[in-house]
Design a protein around this ligand. Structure first.
Ligand code: SF4
Length: 73
């Protein structure tokens, strides 16, 4: 699992709970956004964690969030 203290996680403002995202610092935060509904999330629906191409070899939390969130089509 990707740790929130991981240097790359910090670069992307990753949190393992989207409700904890710094919404003042990251003004692109969209209410309700999370890894589970991000276009880059590689887990299946219902998975608690899954891969993300930004963090190769690690899993991100389905309820996590980072600044590269993009709405899943
Ligand atoms: S790019 Fe998407 S799936 Fe990857 S950590 Fe950021 S919000 Fe989560």
């Amino acid at each position: 699992m990707l740790e929130i203290g991981d240097a790359q996680a910090v670069v992307f403002g990753y949190v393992d709970d989207a409700t904890q995202a710094d919404k003042v610092k990251f003004t692109n935060y969209v209410s309700g956004s999370a890894c589970s509904n991000c276009a880059l999330f590689q887990g299946e629906a219902g998975d608690v964690a899954g891969g993300c191409p930004l963090f190769v070899g690690k899993h991100v939390a389905a309820k996590g969030w980072c600044t590269s969130w993009a709405k899943k089509a």
